[in-house]
Design a protein around this ligand. Structure first.
Ligand SMILES: NC(=O)c1ccc[n+]([C@@H]2O[C@H](COP(=O)([O-])OP(=O)(O)OC[C@H]3O[C@@H](n4cnc5c(N)ncnc54)[C@H](OP(=O)(O)O)[C@@H]3O)[C@@H](O)[C@H]2O)c1
Length: 233
């Protein structure tokens, strides 16, 4: 059980982040659901119950993440001791064709957003013991045509996460990188989406995250790759 824990989850208005918020709350943790769409967040937080609250912000802006970290600390009287760096977007297109705007948005959300979240919440996590979970991807280890911006951002998240893991390993912060294969969520551009039966469900990834943070403190699930058992990616 996670009854003494306080979890902040970016990108919790849908998909993996929402499933993770529900799984943490079911395990007894308090949860802060963070994303841009406040109305949806509020509905989900109300459905989860009194252990959950909604927090609006944008991972692309460091100030927004600093405000979120402060807000969480004031609300709970202590900083988050679990942070899930999850918010992300997909924009596809060959490198010759993708717009600079789309490239920048993918990097700003997935990679700089991961930095902003980590940078803002790390001082609180270092009060430890604590868990910092990065949602990377199988696209952090592989590449495909038209997925260049997304792969670059997710390889970057892997580099960021491995680096910070070295920095905080002796300081009471456990870093876990969860890298899923295809998960049936709204992030997929329709024409690229595999058949749903060949995909994971968001709950499968949430279960891996809960498992990692629930492990005895002597054990660290450094990198967890969760793949659909009958899918290709
Ligand atoms: N689905 C997959 O196959 C798969 C596989 C591997 C890894 N992943 C990763 O899993 C993570 C979650 O994706 P998902 O599949 O669950 O997709 P999703 O259902 O589309 O969820 C993405 C979440 O990120 C939030 N978000 C996007 N931009 C944001 C911003 N600028 N600031 C704050 N929140 C923002 C969205 O909320 P708002 O729009 O309300 O802000 C939403 O809650 C992503 O990092 C993705 O790369 C997904």
């Amino acid at each position: 059980m996670l009854t003494t824990h306080r979890a902040f989850i970016s990108g919790a208005s849908s998909g993996i982040g929402l499933a993770t918020a529900k799984a943490f709350a079911a395990a007894g943790a308090r949860v802060a659901l963070f994303a841009r769409r406040l109305n949806i967040l509020k509905e989900h937080a109300a459905a989860i119950g009194e252990r959950a609250f909604a927090l609006r912000g944008d991972v692309r802006e460091l100030r927004s993440m600093e405000i979120a970290a402060d807000h969480v600390k004031k609300k709970w009287g202590a900083p988050a001791d679990i942070v899930v760096v999850n918010a992300g977007i997909v924009k596809i297109g060959e490198i010759a064709a993708i717009s600079a705007e789309d490239w920048n948005d993918v990097i700003a959300t997935n990679l700089t957003g991961a930095f902003n979240t980590t940078h803002a919440f790390l001082p609180g996590l270092l009060e430890g013991p604590s868990d910092l979970v990065f949602i990377a991807s199988t696209a952090s280890y592989d590449t495909w045509p038209t997925w260049g911006a997304y792969c670059a951002s997710k390889w970057g998240v892997l580099g960021l996460a491995r680096s910070v893991a070295h920095e905080v390993r002796q300081k009471g912060v456990r870093v876990t990188i969860v890298a899923p294969g295809a998960v049936d969520t709204d992030i997929w551009p329709g024409e690229k989406k595999p058949q749903p039966e060949k995909m994971l469900k968001a709950e499968d990834v949430a279960a891996a995250i809960v498992n990692a943070v629930s492990a005895d403190r002597r054990a660290s699930y450094d990198e967890v790759r969760v793949m659909p058992a009958s899918g290709l990616l």
